[in-house]
Design a protein around this ligand. Structure first.
Ligand code: PNS
Length: 155
């Protein structure tokens, strides 16, 4: 059985995250989605809220876990064979490739890159939050559960 680990902040999950996770679910036997608990980051949603949203979106297709500390230590704890990251742009590649090489250096953990569907290539959690704060439409950007959570948080 091959286990893939999809780590991230998911503050909040976007349609880009959902698309990548769905494709990872199709490609691997077991998928763990790990939400980074980083108290020094000024997040809009608590880790529990983010875990709840991902569970609501993906149901039994994935296991959702909170982690802190080094990703490679967490990956070993959950029995992950590979880390999977979505790639949107060349900037993403530069950043993600550096992290992938560091992670391989640390424990040998391999990273697989999944190109984002072009329809979602411009979407990021930070832009979604900015657009939502300024009253823009969330149509096509986030799942319904996230749109409702954004509305509630910003009302
Ligand atoms: O969604 P994000 O914010 O781009 O996710 C980044 C994340 C959580 C995958 C990355 O920050 C991470 O792996 N953090 C854990 C700390 C760690 O292992 N740092 C060394 C990475 S080489």
């Amino acid at each position: 059985m091959t286990t893939a680990l999809c780590p991230g902040s998911f503050d909040p999950p976007t349609n880009g995250h959902v698309d990548v996770i769905n494709r990872v679910v199709s490609a691997f036997d077991r998928v763990v989605v790990s939400v980074l608990d980083n108290p020094s980051k000024n997040s809009m949603f608590s880790v529990d809220e983010r875990v709840g949203m991902i569970n609501e979106i993906h149901g039994d297709d994935v296991e959702v876990i909170v982690f802190s500390g080094l990703l490679v230590d967490h990956a070993r704890e959950v029995g992950a064979d590979v880390v999977v990251k979505g790639l949107r742009t060349v900037d993403d590649y530069e950043y993600e490739n550096q992290m992938a090489q560091m992670n391989r250096h640390l424990t040998g953990m391999e990273t697989v890159f999944m190109p984002t569907h072009p329809e979602y290539g411009f979407i990021s959690s930070s832009l979604v939050k900015e657009v939502a704060r300024l009253g823009g439409s969330m149509n096509g950007l986030v799942p319904d559960v996230v749109e409702s959570a954004l509305k509630e948080r910003l009302s």
